[in-house]
Design a protein. Structure first.
Length: 80
């Protein structure tokens, strides 16, 4: 589970279009923790990594579910 939290910034920022559920669950965290960081050059990723312990549980759960879906461990229908 710890490695999933390390992947959080990459999933949220590095992908061109994060899953809608991840974006919805994590946008407030992004804005609160890194909203003043200008995008580009890996600055937002670095900021999210610095603050990964402050990310909300809802965001972490959404990221873990998304990762499980991408790996084929669960289907979108399995999400409550």
């Amino acid at each position: 589970m710890r490695s999933a939290f390390l992947m959080l910034p990459l999933l949220l920022i590095a992908t061109a279009a994060p899953a809608a559920d991840v974006k919805d669950a994590c946008m407030a965290d992004y804005l609160a923790l890194c909203g003043s960081v200008p995008p580009g050059g890996g600055r937002v990723v670095a900021c999210m990594k610095e603050h990964r312990r402050q990310v909300s549980m809802g965001c972490k759960v959404a990221v873990l579910r998304h990762m499980a879906e991408k790996k084929g461990l669960i289907s979108a229908e399995d999400n409550p």
